[in-house]
Design a protein around this ligand. Structure first.
Ligand code: CTP
Ligand code: MG
Length: 167
């Protein structure tokens, strides 16, 4: 394998591959709000998902991820993968909120690892049946990148005043 091929397989392709999931996960922060996805229904006295998972955020998140798939399509032909990554990202994020509410964690309170990697793991699980996954080193790089981006996104949101704490 030439160095160029290694660099593409380890860094460039994995980022292009996972981009729909990142965008699907991030877009609801910008476009979300309104009616909660659980319609305020409670089980055992606790909200199913809480106010921070909304109908609009969920659908616009999935749509945004698919738009990335459409943009990438002429180069990578992974529109179906992008759709599964987007649906998986939102499903993982929603599953994370479901788990947090069952454990009695308030909406917006952080649970390490679940907050950073819930969307990422489920997105990969959803898309994996279609193949074309990044290499093992590529996936390792994405694990590190995902953790780093989470830290940077929170710091950025704090600096522009969207978040009260920088973590
Ligand atoms: N959001 C949304 N719909 C979603 C996911 C997110 O509208 N399906 C929006 C909401 O406005 C939410 C913001 O994006 O406040 C941030 O989402 P997130 O960080 O996932 O919510 P948390 O505050 O962490 O809520 P939870 O404790 O339920 O994880
Ligand atoms: Mg969260």
């Amino acid at each position: 394998m030439t160095l160029q091929v290694f660099l593409y397989a380890t860094f460039a392709y994995p980022v292009l591959y996972i981009l729909p999931a990142y965008v699907a996960n991030g877009a609801p922060v910008l476009f979300g709000g309104g009616r909660p996805l659980d319609f305020k229904v409670k089980i055992g006295g606790k909200r199913i998902l809480g106010d921070n998972k909304t109908v609009r955020g969920t659908f616009l998140g999935i749509a945004s991820g698919i738009v990335i798939g459409v943009i990438e399509c002429p180069f990578l032909h992974m529109l179906a993968i992008a759709a599964l990554l987007s649906v998986g990202a939102l499903a993982g994020d929603i599953l994370g909120s479901f788990i947090k509410r069952r454990a009695g964690v308030e909406s917006g309170k952080s649970v390490p690892l679940l907050d950073q990697y819930g969307f990422f793991v489920v997105a990969l699980l959803f898309a994996s049946p279609l193949g074309r996954l990044p290499s093992a080193y590529g996936l390792l790089f994405l694990v590190l990148l995902t953790g780093l981006l989470h830290v940077l996104a929170n710091m950025g949101a704090y600096m522009v005043g969207v978040k009260k704490v920088p973590w």
